[in-house]
Design a protein around this ligand. Structure first.
Ligand SMILES: [Zn+2]
Ligand SMILES: [Zn+2]
Length: 423
């Protein structure tokens, strides 16, 4: 059924639209703005709401195949919808990893069966994520892979990274790296600094990220390849990206809500829901991330949604796995920590969750341009709510934000013209 969304503040950064008007959808596509409903349309009153392109999270761990006790493609995509996301890109550190055409097709098939949001597949840089031999990039692109990463692990070997840039460039695909010098972070559980020293916990220094981010920038510059720095967390690597962009290097980056919200001080609780990789950093790093968002150095906001079943995360800090879920709290944290705090305005925030990730991945999404696929998110910007794990659609509830009071939440989520979620 065609839909007309009326009286909302329509924000489409790709088209420089920001005004109160109507948006009409028919046959799964955007018809246009400023149109009255036609007879037979479903009419959605969006007074006081933000109407924007469907949100895109380009960094999600769906866990299936192999770790269905943590998350499945069905539960992860349901969590994405509840968080306002119409598209996600899934990271290939599954078991087996997504390094063959067959696994790419399996994930796409499961996503289609789940029928929630769009799932774009990121495939492995190296075979079996072992970091030694390049995967079959061309075949994986043919199967639908939109980008390449070994996330969960860095691509440590610089020669492999260089060849990844060269190969991926032939298909105009970006290489996404979890940039971390592993030799510098061995046995680390948190950021290395005064707090780790006081707590007597093994630290992971900022230099581990800074050094590899700079290496990857240098290799991208040398090859002409496209580098996307995943989950930026240090002042040093934000600045390295800023300077590289000025030189015209093809580099982009992303930040997670926890890295612009929390610091390493949180580890004083010894709660493993504050354990992630990269770790929560110092105050000056948090401020550098916010500055990077503000001046456009940081292109995208992503969740790095990393579900872990309770029994895994409920271990001592040094044994618990890294990572937290993020799909269902991202919008609330963006609104509360960035928009209400005056760091970003609505169009800038939405740009980093729609057209910018779409451009990095080269996917035909992220805009409300007439003729585009009708993926639309309606956000209640004033809604105050408390993060309640019982409401999570995710199979896991490893979040440090449980009990937080946030402002802003997705209310209605439309995928290809169909209402897939309504609160
Ligand atoms: Zn990572
Ligand atoms: Zn990740």
């Amino acid at each position: 059924m065609p839909i007309t969304i009326e009286h909302g503040r329509v924000i489409d950064p790709a088209e420089q639209v920001d005004r109160v008007t109507s948006l009409r959808i028919a046959d799964g596509r955007i018809v246009g703005l400023d149109l009255p409903p036609e007879p037979g349309d479903e009419v959605i009153d969006a007074s006081g709401r933000i109407v924007c392109p469907g949100l895109i999270d380009m960094h999600v761990h769906l866990r299936e195949p192999g770790r269905e006790e943590d998350e499945t493609i069905a539960t992860g995509t349901a969590a994405a919808l509840a968080g306002g996301f119409t598209s996600i890109a899934c990271i290939p550190n599954t078991e087996p990893p997504i390094d063959t055409q067959g696994t790419v097709e399996f994930v796409r098939g499961q996503a289609a069966r789940a029928g929630n949001c769009n799932v774009f597949v990121v495939a492995c840089v190296s075979k079996n994520r072992e970091g030694t031999e390049l995967s079959e990039i061309g075949q994986l692109v043919e199967a639908g892979a939109v980008a390449f990463t070994d996330d969960g692990s860095p691509v440590s070997d610089p020669e492999l990274m260089r060849r990844a840039f060269e190969y991926c460039q032939m298909f105009d695909k970006p290489v996404l790296n979890h940039s971390e010098i592993r030799e510098l972070t061995e046995h680390g559980v948190m950021h290395e600094g005064l707090t780790s020293l006081e707590l007597g916990l093994t630290g992971m220094p900022s230099a581990a990220e800074d050094v590899m981010a700079s290496r990857d920038i240098a290799l991208a510059e040398a090859t002409g390849g496209r580098f996307h720095l995943m989950h930026v967390s240090t002042a040093g690597s934000v600045d390295a990206v800023r300077r590289a962009k000025r030189r015209g290097v093809r580099v982009s980056t992303e930040v997670c809500p926890h890295h612009f919200t929390l610091t390493d001080e949180s580890l004083r609780t010894f709660d493993s829901n504050y354990k992630m990789n990269p770790p929560l950093r110092g105050r000056e790093d948090v401020l550098a991330c916010i500055d990077g968002l503000r001046d456009g150095t940081i292109d995208c906001i992503v969740t790095d949604h990393a579900p872990h079943a309770k029994e895994k995360k409920m271990q001592e800090l040094d044994r618990a796995p890294f990572g937290i879920i993020g799909l269902e709290t991202a919008v609330g944290l963006v609104v509360t920590q960035l928009i209400q705090a005056g760091a970003l305005d609505w169009p800038a925030a939405i740009e980093k969750m729609t057209i910018n990730p779409a451009r990095v991945l080269g996917i035909d999404r992220g805009t409300l341009r007439p003729g585009a696929v009708a993926d639309v998110t309606i956000i209640d910007p004033e809604c105050r709510w408390t993060v309640d794990p019982h409401e999570f659609r995710s199979k896991s509830s490893n979040s440090p934000f449980i009990g937080w009071e946030l402002t802003g939440r997705a209310e209605t989520v439309i995928v290809a013209g169909e209402v897939k979620f309504r609160r």
